[in-house]
Write a protein that binds this ligand. Sequence first.
Ligand SMILES: [Zn+2]
Length: 88
Amino acid sequence: MDQLREMELNDEGDYASASNDNMVENAIGSQQMHELEEIEAALYKIKIKQYGICEMCEDDIGFQRLKVKPHAKYCIVCRPIVEKNKHH
Ligand SMILES: [Zn+2]
């Protein structure tokens, strides 16, 4: 009996966290849309055989970096420069 009560409690907890996740998902929706656009851009680059090439210096972005961020547009050197310019 005690076990059953515990399970019910857990169910409620799951519900709460599920709706919480939903709220977070809605909040970051535009961020996800942006990521999706970047992924689509990456797919296009694969198509035109420009994938993995930095848009700034046209060097190879590098496998290690692409593994962490498959839709990276810039190499590890140019990325911070681009980010800094964005905030101007
Ligand atoms: Zn670069």
